[in-house]
Structures are given as structure tokens and as C-alpha cells.
Design a protein around this ligand. Sequence first.
Ligand SMILES: C[S@@+](CC[C@H](N)C(=O)[O-])C[C@H]1O[C@@H](n2cnc3c(N)ncnc32)[C@H](O)[C@@H]1O
Length: 179
Amino acid sequence: MTERRPLFWMWPVEQDWSPNTVILFSQLIILRGKLKRMGFRHFDGVDGSLRMLEGAKKTGLYKQLMHCMLGQDRIPVKAETYDVVIIVGALSVGQVPLKVIRELWDATKPGGYVCMTTRANTDNQKYKAELEQMIKALEEEQKWRSVAVVEVEEWERGVSELDTGYIPGAVYLYQKGFL
Ligand SMILES: C[S@@+](CC[C@H](N)C(=O)[O-])C[C@H]1O[C@@H](n2cnc3c(N)ncnc32)[C@H](O)[C@@H]1O
């Protein structure tokens, strides 16, 4: 059987992580278990932070970890390599620029899935709207189709002074077409 290669863009981080990533970590554990039950065995990871990559290495989960500042450098993978591409916690203002969405699409096999998340608190509203425009543009080019879009009221714990308690967010799941 051909080994499937889901590409993970998220890490279980070191022990001193901030409260918002604790929530994402529990999501990661659930998701990882689900993906393993579905037959996925090969996990690779990319991050712009060497510290995050060190934490990821300690988990023993990843076969390959790649250091890349998305938006500055091209993602160091061949086109159409992965069945699943997931980016969590990094698509927001000041982090990963939107032009990277096309690179995520490029790294995905035809018929594969791209899962993206963003936050929907006040300081990320403009980025979220532009992200949705970018996603729609690829849909209009028939590069992918929408599988699910979920707005989550209590997505993660807010860390900015403008936020109290949990902030909203959104998850976008798209399937790459066979062109
Ligand atoms: C809030 S953390 C999320 C970590 C993890 N995905 C999770 O869900 O727990 C954001 C991550 O995005 C990475 N990041 C932000 N901008 C990036 C960029 N332009 N290129 C690569 N990584 C970036 C940071 O280094 C950090 O590891």
C-alpha cells in the first residue's frame, strides 16, 4: 500500500506553552488519533521557528521537519506530495501571508485535502476577509471545492488586551480538484 503523507503545520509545543495553544494541542491529539485510524502514517511538519521545530521533534511524531519562513521562502516540498495539508494557528495578521495559500494548494495531491484555520477576533477581521477572498478565487479557478466551512464561536482563548475569554474562529476544509 502506498504510504499516505499528511503534512502537519501544527505542533504539540513544549511544556511552557501559552493558554491558547493548549486548546490547539488537544485538538491536535484528537486529530492525530483520527488520522491514524484513517490510515495515515506519515507526518511531516514545517515551521519558521527553530524552537517550535525542536518541540515538534521531541514528540517523535514527524518523519521530516522543515524550517521555512512561509511567505519569504517557498515551501521546501515537491508539488502534489501530500494527501492532507493542515495549517492551524498561523493564518492570521502578522504571521503567514495569504500568497502562501497557493503554495499549500500546490503541495497537495489532486483529490487531497487542505484544512486551514483562522481567528475571527477584532484585529484579524481584515485578514480573515482577505483569506476568504483568496479561498474563493481558487474555487472560481476550479482548483478546489469547499467541503466544509465552520465558524466556531469559542475557538481559542484570546491573548490580546482587546479580547476577553474565548475568541471566535473559523475552519475551512477544501478538496483539490483533478485538473
Ligand atoms: C500560534 S502558533 C501555533 C502553533 C501550532 N500550529 C498549534 O496549533 O499549536 C503559530 C506558529 O506559526 C508559526 N509561524 C508564524 N508565521 C510563520 C511564517 N511566516 N512561516 C512559518 N511559520 C510561521 C510560528 O513559528 C508558530 O509556531
